[in-house]
Design a binder for this molecule. Structure first.
Ligand code: RP5
Length: 169
């Protein structure tokens, strides 16, 4: 994709089934991103080299999805002053609580904006990045407003469908 604004990193290709939710939102909003599999512990030098170059390459925000003892977001945040959003992934028998704690409990000084575990978090990571962009990007502000209106309309339609179904019982 040309001129990506966002970098989506994941610790393993096994995380993509979740991080695809992030990609889908950016696709819907027409925001360019790039995806890279890079681990904080398996490929540390590659991860750091990529993040160090990110700002110069036009990246404005990094989204990191990782499971288990998920230190990817923290390592990325330690390497750049760009905003870093973390998505904890359910990859172990602890069902993502391990990754949530690793992602959310950053010591003061190096912030990571942690989202919820799993697909909801991956979706919200994109929406959170878009909310930040909307502070200075009117097109994204308008699209986010429309996104919320569409979501409300779907909830109301589902409510009415359920009420109609119950009325016919
Ligand atoms: C983490 O370990 C990755 O982010 C992934 O969620 C988890 C398992 O990785 P694989 O063993 O599937 O490659 O580093």
């Amino acid at each position: 994709m040309s001129n990506p604004r966002v970098a989506i990193l994941m610790g393993s290709d096994s995380d993509f089934g979740i991080m695809e939710e992030t990609c889908k939102v950016f696709d819907e909003f027409g925001v360019a991103y790039e995806v890279m599999v890079s681990s904080a512990h398996r490929t540390p030098e590659r991860t750091i080299a990529y993040v160090e170059a990110a700002r110069g390459n036009g990246i404005q925000c990094l989204i990191c999805g990782a499971g288990a003892a998920a230190h990817l977001s923290g390592v990325v945040a330690a390497t750049t002053t760009l905003p870093v959003i973390g998505v904890p992934i359910d990859a172990t028998s602890l069902k993502g609580v391990d990754a949530l704690y690793s992602t959310v409990m950053m010591p003061g000084g190096i912030p990571v904006a942690s989202m919820a575990i799993g697909k909801a978090g991956a979706k919200n990571a994109a929406l959170f990045a878009l909310a930040m962009f909307s502070a200075t990007d009117k097109d994204i502000e308008d699209k986010l407003a429309q996104y919320r209106k569409d979501m409300q309309a779907k909830v109301i339609a589902k409510s009415e469908a359920l009420q109609a179904k119950l009325a016919n019982r």
